[in-house]
Design a protein around this ligand. Structure first.
Ligand SMILES: [Fe+2]
Length: 241
């Protein structure tokens, strides 16, 4: 079974389409989505419809719930708040209902999905450093947990009492270890690499593969400006920050 794992699409339709094209080429069987389908980008409704069409198992991101006012957005950056307001004004009723109904965590037979951290997931913390990882690993009753939110790919590994990170982007799963895999962001990468980030997990060979793919950034930037969204949201796409 091949899983395509996507996160933080943020209304970036061009990036999502390119990611899904690669997933199709790779004969991905099932999709998992780790939240923040909307916010920042100019195509929230189209991205929601695609996530629904591919039948992705999906959890809520902070932008998804802020858009439906299920989460207080007062701690968002000014650009984040503007994007929440813009998205709320442009969201269809169907899209609103879908985002509002997303669960905070989801479990399949093999995985746990959460946008931020497994501990206090409703606070949407960043799972970005090793120091925070033991709290999440201790709650894992599956070998794998997929996360997003930071917009930077990262693999955290626990073996016995050791927790460490791996800089590998292709990694074979070891039976005795647990993994927290941050798949990065489809629609607004922030690791200095502007290419869309996602993950393919092949359960037959036990391989995690974090991929990057090119998309038409200029087209999205034009749409962001034309939509009246903050200019910084367009600029940052070209530098991956
Ligand atoms: Fe996000």
């Amino acid at each position: 079974m091949k899983y395509g794992i996507i996160s933080d699409i943020h209304g970036n339709l061009e990036a999502l389409k390119e990611v899904l094209a690669v997933c199709k080429q790779e004969s991905v069987d099932k999709y998992l989505c780790l939240g923040d389908i909307v916010g920042y980008g100019p195509n929230p409704n189209e991205c929601i419809e695609i996530v629904q069409d591919i039948g992705a198992v999906c959890v809520a991101g902070n932008h998804d719930w802020a858009t439906t006012a299920r989460l207080d957005a007062t701690y968002f950056t000014p650009d984040g708040k503007s994007a929440v307001t813009w998205t709320r004004e442009h969201l269809t009723m169907e899209g609103f209902g879908f985002l509002n109904g997303l669960p905070i965590t989801e479990k399949t037979e093999e995985f746990i999905l959460v946008h931020g951290t497994l501990f206090e997931p409703e606070l949407f913390r960043y799972q970005n450093i090793i120091a925070k990882a033991p709290n999440s690993f201790s709650l894992m009753d599956r070998q794998l947990c997929f996360v997003g939110h930071t917009h930077a790919p990262l693999i955290l590994i626990q073996t016995n009492d050791n927790v460490y990170s791996s800089s590998e982007r292709e990694l074979e799963i070891a039976e005795a270890a647990k993994y927290i895999v941050n798949v990065g962001s489809v629609g607004q990468p922030r690791d200095g690499n502007p290419l869309a980030s996602f993950c393919i997990y092949d359960t037959d060979i036990g391989m995690i593969d974090i991929r990057r793919v090119k998309y038409d950034i200029e087209e999205v930037q034009k749409k962001i400006i034309d939509a009246g969204l903050p200019g910084m949201l367009a600029y940052r796409l070209s530098i991956g920050m």
